[in-house]
Design a protein around this ligand. Structure first.
Ligand code: AMP
Ligand code: MG
Length: 352
């Protein structure tokens, strides 16, 4: 973007929210401006969802393709009724259990939402977030807020204000620093308009969680067979995503085999003159006697891995790494979302 905006950076303690800052942020939203705020998933870049000009600024600031629709955030379940044609019974049940939270549901949209938000689709993605700062901003502005992840399109989503500053300084009116996000991966997107609810993007609310409430739920086939040429139902899933500047190689298989192959490839790339990094886990860290090893978390507590993943991918870039060798994790529970992001970030997957 050519014209630079004066970006105001403010800090809010989520446990002691400064109402004056929230008022100022809400005023920016109501005047068609852009505010970046933390959520429990990743940071979001927000604008009044009912103002097309403001929404357009989000696409421009992110460099987001126009065919990738935005998630609309609400601060009260009842706000949903204005935005969508119909709220099916199963959506009410899911909302009862997982809203506010890291769950986005797709509904047939009402005319209140423009084609700009939905990128021309007849449906709209709605989420009721849990983060207190996000909720206060929604309450104060009294507007639904469109807010995709606050990164430059294609890069890893921001989990700290520093990441947002790196990508969006001079492109937004305000950045609210509310500390590190909790889950660290974007919300689960589930299509409630299909006969069986369908996960279009895995996230913090897992398929197991949804099945417990609804009895049934399936994945968009494009998520399961990412190598095949099936068009994903979520436009965002067709783009290369979550990518650091470095090349990422993902290693799948038995953990012992992964470690052995990563050590072998590290040495091979080093001989080629590359600066190599390894993304290890608590369980494997001690086996890599190499430089540039970052431990992403604990295989037995996947929340540690999800919350660190994007931050660590960005760290490798700051270290000037050319190739990141990353370990796959088990795809159960939150592991499905972690592997979805890692697979999209990876230039290559090696099965050992
Ligand atoms: P982000 O806001 O950056 O987390 O991305 C939002 C994700 O939700 C993208 O992958 C979008 O393609 C997806 N999405 C938003 N609206 C819809 C919709 N109406 N139908 C299908 N996917 C959607
Ligand atoms: Mg995104």
């Amino acid at each position: 973007m050519k014209d630079k905006i004066n970006t105001k950076i403010v800090k809010i303690n989520p446990n002691n929210i400064d109402c004056d800052i929230i008022k100022e942020a809400a005023e920016i939203i109501n005047n068609g401006g852009i505010v970046v705020f933390p959520t429990e998933t990743v940071y979001g870049i927000g604008a009044d969802a009912l103002n097309d000009e403001a929404v357009d600024k989000i696409f421009k600031a992110k460099g987001r393709p126009q065919d990738n629709p935005l998630i609309v955030h609400i601060g009260d379940f009842d706000d949903l009724y204005d935005l969508v044609e119909e709220v099916p019974e199963n959506a009410k049940n899911l909302a009862n259990k997982y809203w506010p939270g890291p769950l986005t549901m797709i509904f047939d949209k009402s005319d209140v939402l423009s084609d700009k938000i939905s990128a021309g689709l007849k449906t709209a993605a709605i989420r009721f977030p849990l983060n207190k700062i996000a909720l206060e901003l929604l309450k104060e502005s009294k507007k639904p807020i469109a807010a995709p992840s606050a990164n430059t399109s294609g890069k890893p989503s921001p989990t700290e204000a520093a990441h947002v500053i790196e990508d969006l300084m001079g492109k937004v009116d305000m950045i609210i620093d509310g500390g590190s996000t909790y889950i660290g991966l974007e919300s689960t997107v589930v299509d409630m308009t299909s006969e069986v609810p369908m996960i279009l993007r895995p996230g913090g609310v897992t398929i197991e969680d949804i099945v417990k409430v609804l009895g049934e739920c399936e994945y968009d086939p494009a998520i399961i067979k990412s190598n095949e040429k099936i068009i994903p139902k979520s436009p965002g899933q067709k783009y290369r995503h979550y990518s650091p500047k470095a090349k990422v190689i993902l290693y799948k298989g038995l953990v012992e085999n992964i470690v052995e192959k990563i050590i072998e490839d590290y040495e091979k790339f080093e001989l080629e003159g590359k600066t190599v990094g390894i993304m290890s886990t608590d369980q494997t860290h001690k086996y890599y006697n190499k430089k540039n090893v970052i431990c992403v978390g604990d295989r037995t507590n996947l929340l540690t891995i999800s919350s660190n993943l994007f931050r660590d991918l960005r760290k490798f870039d700051q270290m000037g790494i050319d190739v990141i060798l990353a370990e796959a994790v088990n795809e159960e529970g939150l592991g499905k979302a972690i592997m979805n992001r890692l697979s999209k970030a990876a230039n290559k997957t090696i099965i050992v």
